[in-house]
Design a protein around this ligand. Structure first.
Ligand code: TRP
Length: 506
């Protein structure tokens, strides 16, 4: 058996976990969602989602990785070979689903960081983004050709991921996050401070937070909140399980989970101030209400922001570089976490060399992401994001709760967590994991499914949805099965790192 690495310090673990959690999703997804779903009032479903689903699941994933001392594959296989498949499916679909397009979006940010130098998007950032930059094809069934500037930046992103990840976790990811995270906070503070000085900033922030309580009577808003919590805390990717497997025996799992969750959500909240100050400034310049300048998702970062950057009173290019640089760093520190989770899931089972595994995974990842660096890329991103996010993550999360809650038994994991943490999780956690969380997730899933059948997602061609959406889910499920089938070396499954503690517990 290969010797396992561990974090150099608890701080390294916390920074890496926060690095994984804080990503592209925190920067534009959160602020836009808050605005669209009731402003300040959205914070209520968001906090409820954090409390009911976020913390319990994060504690579960940390606890599982720590107790079983393994990435998702080994952790589940140690519970039972029958449920090992889920431990494979989580990192597989996250890697071949989310990761492939996520790296492309980080690549766009790299391109836009460079474009910021001379504000290359000119007077019409929308036409620039869609026509000149993406060279978007006219329909979602047309792949078109590869877009070279995107391919280059994509290669750069994968190169950085590879460079950080091929080393063991304490030499690669931990060191990278010790640099990335403080840098990210400084950049964010500069952006927020800068935003506040702009005329119209307060108006923008008022729009961001103005509570509209009528919105939160709508179940869709609640579903949006639950979906966002999943994505933002990197739950059911297998990442948090793998990260926790490198923790030392004594560690405060519960406190670590609270810290990660609170810092991540607080980051989203304050980044919203930067985003909306800039939007307020734009609206102020154009003499229109803020609602006329906001756009959703990708368009917010790559169309609205470039427009705003061009209009800034001074140092426009520096602001642009800072803004897109912040996105690049936030994105990279998330992307590396999944390379780690997947490669560790593989090397925990098969006696493959870590370096070779990471080399191969990064090359495969780069080749796979090329699909999203084509002229049809934006459509594919949208469809895969929709399917993997709503169905993949939520389904995996529900299964995870049920299997841990009923097969391993929630109280067994809780006892372990309490014994090593010094904090006291009570029985409420068991009920949440066994009943409440899976029920919420399954209901969310069913409601979405019904909606999907009655109207194909965003009116996309059903062919594109079928090929990309369904095949993706089925394809990754089969791949997970292939990894599950080979037998384990017996010693690996029986090896119990915490034998002494476990004897005291059970
Ligand atoms: N939590 C991240 C966010 O909010 C998402 C994320 C974490 C992610 N790790 C990842 C996405 C790895 C893709 C690959 O943006």
């Amino acid at each position: 058996m290969q010797k396992r690495a561990s974090w150099g310090s608890q701080m390294g673990f916390i920074l890496a976990a926060i690095g994984s959690a804080i990503g592209l999703g925190n920067i534009w997804r959160f602020s836009y969602m808050t605005y669209k779903n009731g402003g300040g009032a959205f914070l209520i479903p968001y906090l409820v989602a954090l409390l009911i689903v976020g913390f319990p699941l994060l504690i579960l994933e940390y606890g599982l990785g720590h107790k079983k001392h393994g990435a998702s594959s080994l952790a589940f296989a140690k519970i039972s070979r029958k449920i090992e498949w889920l431990g494979w499916w989580m990192p597989t679909f996250a890697y071949f689903g989310i990761m492939l397009f996520y790296t492309v979006i980080i690549g766009w940010c790299v391109n836009f960081m460079i474009y910021s130098i001379n504000l290359s998007w000119g007077a019409d950032p929308e036409a620039f983004f869609i026509k000149n930059f993406l060279q978007l094809s006219s329909s979602s069934t047309q792949i078109g050709s590869l877009v070279l500037p995107i391919v280059f930046s994509l290669a750069f992103v994968w190169l950085v991921c590879w460079f950080i990840c091929f080393r063991e976790v304490n030499h690669g990811i931990e060191k990278a996050c010790i640099i990335f995270m403080p840098l990210l906070f400084v950049l964010t503070m500069v952006l927020i401070g800068w935003g506040f000085t702009l005329p119209g900033a307060l108006e923008g922030i008022k729009w961001y937070l103005k509570p509209d309580f009528s919105k939160i009577m709508n179940w869709e808003v609640w579903m949006a909140a639950f979906g966002q919590i999943f994505f933002t805390l990197t739950l059911s990717f297998g990442v948090m399980i793998a990260y926790a497997s490198y923790l030392p025996k004594k560690t405060d799992i519960v406190r670590n989970a609270y810290l990660t969750g609170i810092i991540n959500c607080f980051y989203s909240f304050i980044m919203g101030f930067a985003v909306f100050s800039v939007l307020g400034y734009m609206a102020n310049q154009a003499g229109v209400p803020v609602s006329e300048v906001v756009k959703s998702g990708v368009a917010l970062a790559f169309i609205v922001f470039p427009k705003a950057i061009s209009q800034l009173p001074a140092f426009n290019n520096i602001f642009g570089i800072l803004f897109f640089g912040t996105l690049v760093i936030a994105g990279l520190s998330s992307a590396i976490s999944l390379v780690e989770a997947f490669s560790r899931a593989l090397t925990d089972k098969f006696d493959w060399n870590r370096k070779t595994t990471v080399h191969v995974l990064c090359v495969l990842g780069f080749l796979g992401s090329l699909l999203f660096a084509t002229q049809g890329g934006l459509y594919f991103i949208d469809i895969v994001d929709h399917f993997i996010n709503y169905y993949g993550l939520v389904l995996a999360g529900a299964l995870e709760c049920l299997l841990i809650g009923w097969v391993l038994k929630a109280h067994v994991l809780r006892n372990h967590i309490n014994a090593v943490s010094g904090s006291h999780l009570n029985k409420l956690w068991d009920y949440l994991i066994k009943f409440v969380v899976p029920a919420i997730l399954i209901i969310t899933l069913l409601i979405n499914l019904v909606k999907e059948i009655s109207a194909p997602y965003e009116g996309y061609s059903i062919v594109a949805i079928l090929i990309l959406g369904v095949l993706w889910l089925v394809g990754t499920a089969l791949l997970a099965l292939i990894f599950t089938i080979p037998k384990w070396e017996k010693a690996k499954l029986e090896y119990n790192h915490f034998a002494e503690e476990d004897k005291l517990l059970v």
